[in-house]
Ligand binder design. Structure first.
Ligand code: NAD
Length: 260
């Protein structure tokens, strides 16, 4: 096991990529705090992971756009486990839309969801990582950071700042043995992606299957990724095996992004 007796926080973990990451970290022996807005789903996942892998999993209901909720996530980790070794930061998806469609409130929410929540939770976990001279900060973002998608304005604009955060923190925290990396995932098979594909199928009068096959054709590996495949990368980056990797932004997209 790569992460035996570690304590990890996974945010936005009630389903999709976050749940896939939590599953792999639990399989690798890490105790977990999993956070999202839907407590019922979190409790179900916590029960499943602890019975399957024998680790302790604490579910915390938290809206990442609210400062006091973010503070609660780290407080609960310390209360249950007395330390935080690994932060696997993931968020809900931002509102899609062109610049002209988005309101100032949408921007305000998007900045809190995609940027300020990362700043807040990093501030909260850092003192405990610095004290122990060990830590892993892993920010799960999107391949839009590398190659924007025309109608995902908030994602295209705000996520870029996470690249700055990764590079800056990696530089400043190396002396404390805290490693900082970002993940840029392409299409991953989650409920969200299926919902978006279903909406498009309806709009265009086509079948869901047709839309999914079209997405797959854009990907050299010929398929959409699985949430657990993001989990495998997070587990590796969080482990001692990745002891010389920091300040990196890693694409995991089946080869879809063509820019270097
Ligand atoms: P999803 O909708 O399946 O899951 C999102 C999770 O975020 C859920 O657990 C939900 O409860 C939680 N969440 C939403 N808003 C929240 C909030 N305000 N506070 C706390 N938790 C909140 O989405 P997903 O497909 O797993 O995507 C996860 C992230 O990865 C999103 O930011 C998405 O934009 C990004 N992303 C996804 C893909 C993909 O293909 N799935 C590709 C690139 C980037």
């Amino acid at each position: 096991m790569l992460l035996k007796d570690r304590v990890s926080i996974v945010t936005a973990a009630s389903r999709g990529i976050g749940a896939g990451v939590a599953t792999v970290l639990a399989r690798e022996g890490s105790n977990l705090v999993i956070a999202a807005r839907n407590l019922e789903r979190l409790e179900g996942l916590a029960k499943q992971l602890s019975s399957q892998y024998g680790v302790s999993v604490v579910p915390v209901q938290a809206d990442l756009t609210r400062r006091e909720d973010v503070r609660k996530i780290v407080d609960e980790a310390l209360r249950h486990f007395g330390k935080v070794d690994i932060l696997a930061y993931n968020t809900g998806p931002p509102k899609p839309g062109t610049f002209l469609e988005l309101t100032e409130d949408d921007w305000d929410y998007g900045v809190r969801l995609l940027l300020m929540s990362a700043v807040w939770i990093t501030k909260d976990v850092l003192p405990y990582m610095i004290e122990r001279r060990w830590g892993r900060l892993i920010y799960i973002t999107s391949s839009t950071l590398k190659q924007p998608i025309p109608t995902l304005t908030l994602s295209n604009v705000i996520r870029i700042s996470l690249a700055g955060l990764v590079k800056t923190l990696a530089y400043q925290l190396g002396k404390y043995n805290i490693l900082v990396n970002g993940i840029m995932q392409g299409y991953i098979d989650t409920e969200r992606v299926r919902e978006v594909a279903e909406a498009r199928a309806k709009r265009e009068g086509r079948s869901l299957d047709e839309i999914l096959r079209e997405l797959e054709r854009e990907i050299p590996l010929g398929r959409i990724g699985k949430p657990e495949e993001i989990g495998e990368l997070v587990a590796f980056l969080a482990s001692e095996k990745a002891s010389y990797i920091t300040g990196s932004l890693i694409l995991i997209d089946g080869g879809r992004t063509l820019c270097i």
